[in-house]
Each structure stands twice: as structure tokens, then as C-alpha cells.
Ligand binder design. Structure first.
Ligand SMILES: O=P(O)(O)OC[C@H]1O[C@H](OP(=O)(O)OP(=O)(O)O)[C@H](O)[C@@H]1O
Ligand SMILES: O=c1cc[nH]c(=O)[nH]1
Ligand SMILES: [Mg+2]
Length: 226
């Protein structure tokens, strides 16, 4: 178990993977999965869940020592270190997690990746890239609700490592064993910390590459596509 039962790790050869164990996370995830949950509620739950997961996912965010004057005396404290982290939502579904992240990290810079999984090949295709060219020295947080085959997330993380990111943490609402194994294989030799923080490790992928039991297509459920 992790910090007093807050999370547990999935044993993988390389990549650190935390599953957050908290009754509020479990409660909200259960409602998110429910096919009867409508899009407005689905959006609210995704927003709330990412904030709960981000609390654990940002344990290693870099800080710097400062001192401030209180109304009473000088106090020593910490502030987020510069350069501030980069938050990268993967469009479309990652957008449903952006507000929850920037609420917790208001000074973070936001980059964007537009990616879509070709549903016949299950390969990720990138249609939009808005990232800083130079990420040297930067911590990055990628948000995408679903880690299924891992093709999308692996490509997204690679974009960031190629630009010099020093560590990348992916926050996903659900992960499949196949996706974690793929990420672990792809980044085993990268020499840079890549980690995943999620609310649940589901059973498997079905023949269409959907997470079982999962929650369906996250983008469609977020944006009312029926
Ligand atoms: O791990 P993978 O097998 O790559 O699948 C996961 C990806 O699939 C979904 O995106 P989708 O391609 O449906 O685009 P959308 O977010 O716009 O719905 C989801 O939002 C992830 O990005
Ligand atoms: O279950 C899945 C798998 C990929 N993408 C989704 O949105 N849901
Ligand atoms: Mg989708």
C-alpha cells in the first residue's frame, strides 16, 4: 500500500503506476461508468475525479523555498518552482480533465495534442500539436481519461520526451493491463521517469479495443455524441 493506504502500485518492470484508493474516487468512478449517467453529469464527475487523482499525481511537483511576511512574523515556506509544469490534455476527451488540473495548478502552462485512434487499426493519429518546442527542465502532466492499447498515450509522451521533458506523469481515469504493458515496453529504456496515475485498473480490452468493463467512449460520453 502507498502513503497510509492512499494508493497502491501495479507491479511493472519499469513504469511506476499508481492506482488511487479512495472511497470518493470509487464512488465517482462508479457513477461515471453507469450508462445511465448523462453528459452534463459525466463532465462534472470527470472534472472532480481528475482533481482527486491530481492530488496524488503531483506529489513530486518541484517546489522552491521562499519566505513570506505574515501579519505576525516571517514564515518560511515553499512555492511551485519555475519553470512551471506543462499540462497537456489530449483532445477530445482529455479536455474534460483540463479544468480540474488547472484549478489545482493554476500557474501551469497548457499545451495541446489533438489525437484520434483509428478505430479499424487502433493506431493513434495526431491532428493537432500545440506544444512548446523546448521542454528542457520541465515536468509534464498528460491528461486523458482512457489508457486502452496505450498507443495514444505512448505517442503523446514521446512528443514531450522528444522536446526534452524531464519527467512525464499521465493521469487517466481508467487503465487497461494491455495499455500499461505497452507504455512500460515503450519507455523502459527512456532513462526518464514516466508514470501513470489512475482511478482503476480494469480487466482487459475487448475485440474493438474498448476497456472492459470501462465506461464506453470517453469523448462521446463527455460531449453528448450518441
Ligand atoms: O489507448 P488507446 O487504444 O490509444 O485508446 C485511448 C484513446 O481513445 C480515446 O480517444 P479517441 O481516439 O476516441 O478520441 P476522442 O478522445 O476524441 O474520443 C481516448 O480518449 C484515448 O485518447
Ligand atoms: O474504452 C475505451 C477505449 C478507448 N477509448 C475510449 O474512449 N474508451
Ligand atoms: Mg473517443
Amino acid at each position: 500500500m502507498g502513503a497510509d493506504g492512499a494508493w497502491h502500485k501495479i507491479p511493472l518492470p519499469f513504469m511506476e503506476t499508481l492506482v488511487v484508493d479512495h472511497p470518493l474516487v470509487a464512488h465517482k468512478l462508479t457513477a461515471l461508468r453507469d450508462v445511465r449517467t448523462d453528459s452534463p453529469t459525466f463532465r462534472r464527475l470527470a472534472d472532480e475525479l481528475v482533481t482527486l487523482l491530481a492530488y496524488e499525481a503531483t506529489r513530486d511537483v518541484r517546489v522552491t523555498e521562499v519566505s513570506v511576511e505574515t501579519p505576525v512574523a516571517t514564515a518560511r515556506g515553499l512555492r511551485l518552482a519555475k519553470p512551471y509544469p506543462l499540462v497537456v490534455p489530449i483532445l477530445r476527451a482529455g479536455l474534460g480533465m483540463l479544468d480540474g488540473m488547472t484549478r489545482l495548478l493554476p500557474t501551469a502552462e497548457v499545451g495541446f495534442l489533438g489525437m484520434i485512434r483509428n478505430e479499424s487499426t487502433l493506431q493513434a493519429e495526431t491532428y493537432a500539436t500545440r506544444l512548446p518546442d523546448d521542454l528542457s527542465g520541465r515536468q509534464c502532466f498528460v491528461v486523458d481519461p482512457m489508457l486502452a492499447t496505450g498507443g495514444t498515450l505512448a505517442a503523446a509522451v514521446q512528443f514531450l520526451l522528444d522536446r526534452g521533458a524531464i519527467d512525464v506523469t499521465a493521469i487517466c481515469l481508467l487503465a487497461a493491463p494491455e495499455g500499461l504493458a505497452h507504455m512500460d515496453k515503450v519507455f523502459a529504456g527512456s532513462g526518464k521517469p514516466v508514470r501513470v496515475v489512475t482511478a482503476a485498473l480494469d480487466e482487459r480490452l475487448n475485440e474493438n479495443g474498448y476497456i472492459v468493463p470501462g465506461l464506453g467512449d470517453a469523448g462521446d460520453r463527455l460531449y453528448g455524441v450518441v
